[in-house]
Design a protein around this ligand. Sequence first.
Ligand SMILES: *[C@@H]1O[C@H](CO)[C@@H](O)[C@H](O)[C@H]1NC(C)=O
Ligand SMILES: *[C@@H]1O[C@H](CO)[C@@H](O)[C@H](O)[C@H]1NC(C)=O
Ligand SMILES: *[C@@H]1O[C@H](CO)[C@@H](O)[C@H](O)[C@H]1NC(C)=O
Ligand SMILES: *[C@@H]1O[C@H](CO)[C@@H](O)[C@H](O)[C@H]1NC(C)=O
Length: 762
Amino acid sequence: MLSWSLALLASASTAQAAFFQPFPDCTKAPLSNNQVCNSTLSPPERAAALVAALTTEEKLANLISNAKGAPRIGLPAYNWWSEALHGVAYAPGTQFQKGDGEFNSSTSFPMPLLMAAGFNDDLTERIGAVIGLESRAFGNGRWSGLDYWTPNVNPFKDPRWGRGSETPGEDILRIKRYAESMIRGLEGPVPEKERQVVATCKHYAGNDFEDWNGATRHNFNAKISLQDLAEYYMMPFQQCARDSKVGSIMCAYNAVNGVPSCASPYLLNTVLRDHWKWTEHNNYITSDCEAVLDVSENHKYAKSNAEGTAMTFEAGMDSSCEYESSSDIPGAWDQGLLKIETVDRALKRLYEGIIRVGYFDGKKSRYSSIGWKDVNKPESQRLALQSAVEGIVMTKNDGTLPLKLKKTSKLAMIGFWADDGKKLSGGYSGTPAFTHTPAYAARRLGYTVSVAPGPVLETTSANDTWTQKALDAAKASDYILYFGGLDTSAAGETKDRMNLNWPQAQLALIEKLTSLGKPFVMIQMGDQVDDTPVLKLKGVNSILWANWPGQDGGEAVMQLLAGVAAPAGRLPVTQYPTNYTEEVPMTEMSLRPSATNPGRTYRWYPTPILPFGFGLHYTTFKPSAPADKSFPKTFKIKDLLARCSAQFPDTCPFPSLPVEVKNTGKATSDYVVLAFLSGEYGPKPYPIKTLASYARLSGLKPGKKVETKLKWNLGSLARHDENGNTVLYPGTYTVTIDEPTLTSFKFKLEGEATVLDKWPAP
Ligand SMILES: *[C@@H]1O[C@H](CO)[C@@H](O)[C@H](O)[C@H]1NC(C)=O
Ligand SMILES: *[C@@H]1O[C@H](CO)[C@@H](O)[C@H](O)[C@H]1NC(C)=O
Ligand SMILES: *[C@@H]1O[C@H](CO)[C@@H](O)[C@H](O)[C@H]1NC(C)=O
Ligand SMILES: *[C@@H]1O[C@H](CO)[C@@H](O)[C@H](O)[C@H]1NC(C)=O
């Protein structure tokens, strides 16, 4: 959907008590007469009672995101479209008070890609809980709804994608664990009783592309093999729907194998509701915004908008997200294409969803007391800082970092985001209570700071005035800190990139600055570019990758530069060479290498500039493979399955992997243990390796040794065959620890290849 950074829809400038209509009032007639208000009934019974009370006209007016309600029976209008990607954010259904007053800000965390780089699931869950708490506060205060269209779990497989930073990266395990933790945080600890808010996994499925070389997300037909579909594109949604039982799912603009996602009975019913048993929870599916119109208009899959609209609801979609009017629900109804059973089914799912967040329960809701007092709490603000510190990745260091700063140190802070708070947040943002830029944080620590801006994209060349200012600042200082990178937000959500080049104007400035021969550290924001020029340039002593670090990004950067904190983040994506974009079209969905595809992600692409999982430290670590006695050398597949009684066998645990880690250097630091699997088993070609488990160990002191037990399950060991089945194969499994590998060992699975999950055929 489009980025709602447009605060344009926001209210008048004077302080307002609330923006949206109050929640339904079950203490007052006429609503109190409806059994939807009877909390001794089950949510499905309550939803059915409400739907039964609506006229056909009222029903049809409530199948869109900006639902009109039914004033006749006391059902208020409700906007289903709220956003909270990395903190409560603007959307048609979420507003911020302008200027002074309550609900004028929210805590702004780093973009998901940077949060994912921290590899800390516990922290992700705590952040999710804060975002959920603040979202509920905005909902209760009637500055938003209770349905939030987050997280974005599409795998970030192509470095050109304009929205990659909204996601937790390219790896399936990393995405699944991020989604699991984030959803648990957002929806709260007892979702089966009542949710804090409804979370939404998007965009289902195969959506990792906006506008490239003449194709757009609105008309793109993603051709995906069953193997890639089951193994990669659908896996995050399996986590969301089957394992996390998330409250809603958003279907995508694009088609998959010829069928628009929102009109696909295969995606919405066969896989999502039936195979993953999501239907048992009666949760709802929303379209992406204007995706219903795409079915006829752009995919040409239906003859008219009315027919396309009917197709989506009949396929299992329950609500059309739109800006003004984009579907044709009245037309579909008048032409007899939309069945009343389908309309009722959709409404029951929708209302059951908001019944389960206590929308009709007033003060009786377990979350009713959450309010403005719960927004911007000091502990929430601390998590925003911590997540930026934990996610930032050091990709180059010749010993210059940490800086040996003295009270009298003079810092040149150069580049477009050195002192620009607007550059910290990234897409889908709200209004933070504050933004602390790097220059702000350095001044606060008492250093003498000279700030000079710099070019952003090619279009703003480093003119003489600028260059002179930067050189003056640099000459007057002991250290040059350069804040650059590719700010794709300047291009907007719907733009993908044509190449992975560093902006030339910035490189020209960097070359001039490094020629001064002073210690030079680059702090890189934004998405993926090929860093070869700055990795090779001798004068660039160190590089920190900071993506979009959120409201306290500047403070996080200064803590790392000064050595108050130590970098331990890992790249959640592969960094590709610039020529990658010539080797494979963005529209190519296949992952495995072929004559026309060099392979995608670290599992298949052999020669990255920087690999997935890479990240340097201020110290050194020595992980050790488990001692012989602590982990068996062989397992019988039959025994593993005999011990497994879970409904979905791939979720059965595999004996946890003990790994001992010693800090062999001189600085206290966190360490992310990454365990990859590789080997020649299952269908060819074999992936280079696959992340099978990970854990973040915190605060390891020099000389200290700790043991961690990495958790994994049978699914972590399995591979997918050509039909998409998840299969446990006999063979020799090699475990490699870290990137690059620091230690490895092998174990064997013996017996017959066994299907853990039979993938449904289309
Ligand atoms: C609520 O539902 C229960 C169970 O059906 C019923 O016994 C009770 O009378 C209902 N309460 C009201 C106020 O209608
Ligand atoms: C929000 O309002 C408070 C006063 O209630 C004010 O102090 C604060 O600066 C405002 N924040 C923003 C971001 O406008
Ligand atoms: C150089 O760029 C800055 C920033 O855009 C601008 O303010 C200034 O006018 C430019 N100077 C010249 C000589 O173009
Ligand atoms: C692309 O660039 C990489 C790294 O610079 C190089 O190893 C590779 O050979 C190049 N591929 C082609 C097809 O030019």
